[in-house]
Write a protein that binds this ligand. Structure first.
Ligand SMILES: O=C(O)CCC(=O)C(=O)O
Ligand SMILES: [Fe+2]
Length: 423
């Protein structure tokens, strides 16, 4: 006999079939309060209205009890659009009205009919009252990053909300564009600690994979952890702290839950009590920042476009970041790839506490103005895989304030997918 579970596994896979397949089984006219598939009632009883809401809410309206909601959603174009009034040139009112009609038509006849919009149709709206006006002014082309996020309906770019469409993953040429293949991590660190160019930073190896036979020093065997002193001048450190103040330090957050459009929420939690600002915009364009990023590029041999914006950190007395790893697993399958290297900068001398501790290695590095601390997040033999040994924490500041900066470097270009909200 066929049990509900096994039959569900075989047949109820329908809701997770490719979108084109799903579309064959249903009528697209979703206005009547009926189920469009004979198995709707059964799927609903198995919890599919929650697990497969995108499909079920639309095509099993009766069983999921979403008839009313669905009709409402169908008409919900988001925030009411300003198409007349003081800020609108009367000459344009007619055109804006037409544009709004056009949008409605797009929503009804494209977004709610074409099966490829299945995953985005419940979310595609105008989130800004000026979307229609902005679209009329050509902003969909001028500022696609803002418009695709806040005005996808007015721009008729609802598909941009679908991460698979927007982010066009390029698994095939991942290896070709990756900063590191197997063995490259070791090569980079070997170069940094032997090239006479970098003697000026007095490189200190705190941990490394293999210790040379004739080396009598007590170097820990493990992942590479290297300190470079005077990597930044005092003035460079001070300037970074100051621009951080100009931007404004805000409570630090970690990567939280995934949103429908493939982006991730920022999650504030008690494991990380510092504040930070992101060095974008004027901070990124600043010649001081550019010089520092160029220096990091020279030392690592990895293009600065593989790096995130500098994250400028501020820890006040008692603040810390508990043990964590910098690698973000979901990024392995994203265009930017995982974080492979942390290039951490200490921007001031801390009175007491505030060291960076690696519990697995029994190592603590004390902050010192201008000092850089470098460690990998991945393994030399497989630079897409996390090296668990480089777990670390920022110990609480016991006296004074600590300023620092994270330069996180990825396998592939980060700048471009960041703009498309694909990281
Ligand atoms: O502040 C430190 O010493 C380390 C900070 C850190 O690990 C991070 O921000 O990911
Ligand atoms: Fe970290």
């Amino acid at each position: 006999s066929v049990t509900a579970t096994s039959a569900l596994a075989r047949d109820a896979s329908c809701p997770s079939l490719p979108i084109e397949e799903q579309a064959k089984n249903v009528s697209v006219n979703a206005t009547e309060c009926v189920d469009d598939h004979v198995d709707c009632e059964w799927w609903a009883s198995e919890g599919e209205c929650d697990d497969n809401a995108n499909y079920m809410w639309q095509f099993c309206r009766k069983s999921c009890d979403t008839c009313k909601g669905f009709k409402e959603l169908k008409l919900d174009m988001g925030v009411k659009q300003t198409i007349s009034g003081r800020s609108i040139d009367p000459e344009h009112e007619e055109e804006l009205k037409e544009l709004l009609e056009d949008t409605k038509e797009y929503m009804e006849n494209v977004v709610f009919k074409d099966p490829k919009y299945l995953n985005v149709r419940r979310h595609c709206r105008n989130l800004d009252g000026d979307c229609t006006y902005l679209a009329h002014q050509g902003e969909c082309e001028e500022s696609p990053d803002y418009m695709n996020e806040f005005c996808p309906l007015a721009c008729k770019s609802c598909m941009e909300l679908d991460e698979n469409y927007r982010c066009h993953y390029t698994h095939d040429d991942n290896d070709a564009t990756a900063a590191w293949g197997p063995g490259d991590l070791n090569k980079m660190f070997e170069r940094i600690v032997t090239d006479p160019l970098y003697l000026r930073y007095q490189p200190r190896i705190l941990s490394r994979p293999t210790v040379p036979m004739d080396d009598k020093t007590e170097i820990l065997q493990g992942p590479w952890v290297v300190v470079l002193d005077n990597f930044l001048s005092d003035e460079e450190s001070d300037t970074l702290i100051e621009v951080g103040m100009d931007i404004g330090y805000k409570r630090s957050a970690d990567v939280g839950r995934k949103r429908f459009d493939g982006t991730y929420e920022a999650e504030v939690n008690e494991d990380r009590t510092s504040k930070n600002s992101w060095c974008g915009g004027f901070c990124l364009e600043d010649s001081n920042t550019q010089r520092i990023l160029q220096r990091i590029e020279n030392v690592t041999g990895i293009p600065s476009d593989n790096g995130e914006m500098l994250q400028l950190l501020k820890y006040e007395k008692g603040q810390f970041y508990r043990t964590h790893h910098d690698l973000i697993a979901h990024q392995r399958d994203r265009p930017c790839g995982v974080r492979i290297l942390t290039f951490f900068l200490y921007l001031n001398d801390v009175e007491l506490g505030g060291g960076t501790n690696f519990p697995e290695l029994g190592l603590t590095v004390q902050p010192k103005k201008g000092r850089a601390l470098i460690w990998p997040s991945v393994l030399d033999e497989d630079p897409n895989e996390r090296d668990d040994r480089t777990d670390h924490q920022a110990l609480p500041v016991k006296a004074g304030v600590k300023y620092g900066a994270n330069a996180w470097i990825h396998q592939r270009n980060f700048v471009e997918p960041f703009e498309r909200r694909c990281v």
